[in-house]
Design a protein around this ligand. Structure first.
Ligand code: ZN
Length: 86
């Protein structure tokens, strides 16, 4: 329903987990994967791909594919660990 989508865009998702199940996330995710050629941007592997948020928008769902990077599970973990150290 259209009003539901507008409500969600205005108020956001109740939780990050809920957002990750949303259609909005699914479409952003597939756009980012396509743009990056379905490969990790660091090592070029096509396996265990995950989407890394380089930054988060004020609200979930407001980010664009500019904020997303395709990484393999291994590099995703490395990038996240690196961020925590700083
Ligand atoms: Zn990688």
């Amino acid at each position: 329903m259209w009003w539901r989508q507008i409500w969600r865009a205005l108020f956001g998702w109740k939780s990050y987990a809920e957002y990750l199940r949303s259609r909005r996330w699914a479409s952003l995710r597939s756009k980012a994967l396509k743009r990056d050629g379905f490969r990790c941007r660091i090592c070029n592997t096509p396996y265990t791909l995950q989407i890394h948020h380089r930054y988060y928008a004020e609200r979930w769902g407001l980010e664009t594919t500019d904020a997303l990077t395709t990484l393999c599970a291994w590099h995703h973990e490395m990038v996240e660990a690196d961020k925590e150290q700083r």
